[in-house]
Write a protein that binds this ligand. Structure first.
Ligand SMILES: Nc1ncnc2c1ncn2[C@@H]1O[C@H](COP(=O)(O)OP(=O)(O)O)[C@@H](O)[C@H]1O
Ligand SMILES: [Mg+2]
Length: 324
């Protein structure tokens, strides 16, 4: 949000003022524009985005049920997957089909739902790789390629500053494999910032991290936006979405089905159908009710029995934070 003097009164300008709350709507100052993006896997059309714009210097949330195509859409426009059709541009330059490495060089980076920190490299080495873009062979050749000393030094200084900011300095010389799941999420955000992006796309940055760390990630996202970055992030928790996003985009079955502010999105029948509780909309028939009751009762029995003997250590619980 910016303020201007009109000569008479000081007016607050909301970037989304006057923008219609509808899917595919044009934005006043888009940093990324996508048209007709389609990605098919065999008979399944995972993505078919007609038109989509990301407003510059805003925080946009991308929501939608599992399988809606959010990650696939990220993959395609950031050059980690190939589209079957479509064009997209970044900062008014066509970047259709560019590799992830080149897209990152232009200023558009993403993080992965399943973190991609290289376990057998040290944290600081992972950071340095972020300066060069993010794809496999490039990363390895960048590691062995000799560099000018001061360039190397500048990169290392920047990496250390970012590690400090993300409270990972103490892990600097550890292997990334030794980090907790949450620390890997932070490392991945920090690494994405090494290339000085203008747009950062975060795929479920808070999934599987504990609530305290989720708060930390939320405040990092806010700070990035205050520093002038554009943020697009995928998130399921609608409280988080309400807290930090300026604009919400809803995907379902590969398409963008709604856009708007949080308040109108949660009241939109199309969104409620697609996402926020379609399964509550149809009354359960009698046999389904009986089945669910029986299931709930046997779960209660199980819990009671467990309370008597004490719980088994839950392997899944133990490994949950390991790697998302
Ligand atoms: N590599 C792939 N091969 C086949 N199907 C895929 C592949 N990647 C994703 N899909 C399918 O595409 C759809 C969209 O998946 P995804 O983009 O991961 O959704 P989201 O991130 O919204 O949960 C799902 O039906 C998924 O099974
Ligand atoms: Mg996904």
């Amino acid at each position: 949000m910016t303020s201007v003097h009109t000569g008479f009164t000081k007016v607050s300008l909301d970037a989304f003022e006057g923008v219609a709350e509808e899917a595919g709507v044009a934005k006043p100052d888009p940093i990324m524009v996508a048209d007709g993006v389609t990605r098919r896997f065999g008979g399944l059309t995972a993505v078919r985005v007609d038109h989509f714009e990301i407003q510059r210097e805003a925080i946009t949330a991308l929501i939608g049920p599992n399988g809606a195509g959010k990650t696939t859409f990220f993959n395609v426009i950031t050059g980690f997957d190939k589209a079957n059709a479509g064009r997209w541009s970044f900062d008014e330059q066509d970047i259709t089909g560019l590799s992830g490495y080149k897209v990152a060089q232009r200023g558009m980076v993403r993080t992965f739902q399943l973190t991609k920190a290289l376990s057998r490299l040290k944290v600081i080495e992972n950071m340095k790789l972020g300066a060069t873009g993010q794809s496999g062979e490039r990363i390895l050749s960048a590691l062995v390629r000799p560099r000018w000393r001061d360039q190397e030094q500048a990169i290392e200084e920047k990496a250390d500053q970012l590690l400090e900011r993300f409270k990972l300095s103490h892990m600097r010389d550890e292997f990334a494999g030794a980090l907790s799941g949450g620390q890997r999420k932070l490392l991945e955000m920090a690494r994405a910032l090494m290339s000085d992006p203008k747009l950062i796309m975060l795929d479920e940055p808070m999934a599987g991290v504990n609530p305290a760390l989720a708060q930390t990630i939320i405040s990092h996202v806010k700070t990035l936006a205050e520093d002038g970055l554009t943020v697009l992030f995928v998130e399921h928790d609608m409280d988080v979405v309400r807290t930090i996003s300026d604009w919400v985009v809803v995907m379902a079955e590969g398409e963008i089905v709604a856009e708007g502010r949080h308040g109108s999105i949660v009241a939109n029948p199309r969104v409620i159908d697609a996402y926020l509780g379609a399964h509550h909309a149809t009354p359960l028939d009698r046999s389904e009710q009986d089945r669910q009751l029986a299931e709930a009762e046997s779960e209660l029995d199980r819990q009671e029995a467990e309370a008597e003997v004490g719980p088994e250590p839950d392997q899944e619980e133990l490994s949950r934070t390991e790697d998302q």
